[in-house]
Design a protein around this ligand. Structure first.
Ligand code: PLP
Length: 235
């Protein structure tokens, strides 16, 4: 077995263990293989291993990969999205994990309408930790923003997303994930049919075990899974 396959097996084990600790079903956990660091060949290897969800954070890096790979994967846009790049994302990416401001929602709606694409599945990104370096809507503005976005039939809000701060010990980020779960429940209590938001996109290489314990349904894994070098874990 090569290094890549080994990594994936190891990650699956950790997912199972985290689920076991809190009595969750591992089938609830979806993995986005984040291929932003790696080349086309390594991205293809991820698909060969059965990882069907591919995450990229830059439009210019992902388009050539998509063209080469075609419709084999389900593509997730996970980075900050500029309005002038919206036209390249819609129709290509199935999910957006970083819906973070009204002007972006407005542009998505406009472009999806004019191109008659199917609705984009979006996670609202919340800046739970409040770091100024992070994007995301503030927890205080979340409810108003969610209700606003629910008006766009072109946008299907599937859940919330957050990025935890870099921490020395993974345990330090647990309160951030717990808070996102609380915010999810708060939005669900609005009983808005278009804001059922069953999903939480949280947890990366450094902290996915804890994110799973706190309710993640989508984890976004780069370095632990595919590696950081252009060629991933290949020598
Ligand atoms: C890069 C990135 C990831 C994956 O990061 P790793 O720490 O390498 O797992 C996940 N989510 C977002 C938004 C990213 O930009």
């Amino acid at each position: 077995m090569d290094e890549f396959a080994n990594r994936w097996e190891n990650v699956q084990k950790r997912i199972q263990q985290a689920c076991h600790r809190v009595g969750r079903n591992p089938k609830e956990i979806n993995v986005v293989a984040v291929t932003k660091y790696v080349d086309l060949e390594t991205t293809k290897r991820a698909l060969d291993l059965g990882l069907s969800h591919i995450g990229e954070n830059k439009v210019q890096d992902s388009l050539p990969k998509m063209e080469a790979i075609g419709d084999r994967g389900v593509w997730h846009f996970i980075g900050r999205l500029q309005r002038n790049k919206v036209k390249d994302v819609i129709g290509r990416f199935r999910y957006l994990h970083s819906l973070d401001r009204p002007s972006l929602a407005e542009e998505l709606d406009r472009r999806i309408r004019s191109r008659q694409c199917e609705p984009l599945r979006c996670f609202i990104q919340v800046n739970v930790s409040g770091e100024t370096s992070k994007s995301g809507i503030s927890p205080q503005e979340l409810e108003e923003f969610a209700l606003h976005v629910a008006n766009y039939s072109t946008i299907d809000v599937v859940g919330l997303m957050t990025m935890a701060p870099i921490a020395e010990h993974p345990e330090e980020v647990r309160p951030v994930f717990r808070e996102l779960k609380r915010l999810q429940e708060k939005i669900q209590r609005l009983n808005q049919p278009r804001l059922q938001i069953p999903h939480l996109s949280m947890g990366m290489s450094q902290d996915f075990d804890i994110a799973i314990e706190e309710g993640a349904t989508w984890i976004r894994l780069g370095s632990v899974l595919v590696g950081r070098g252009k060629r991933g874990w290949k020598p």
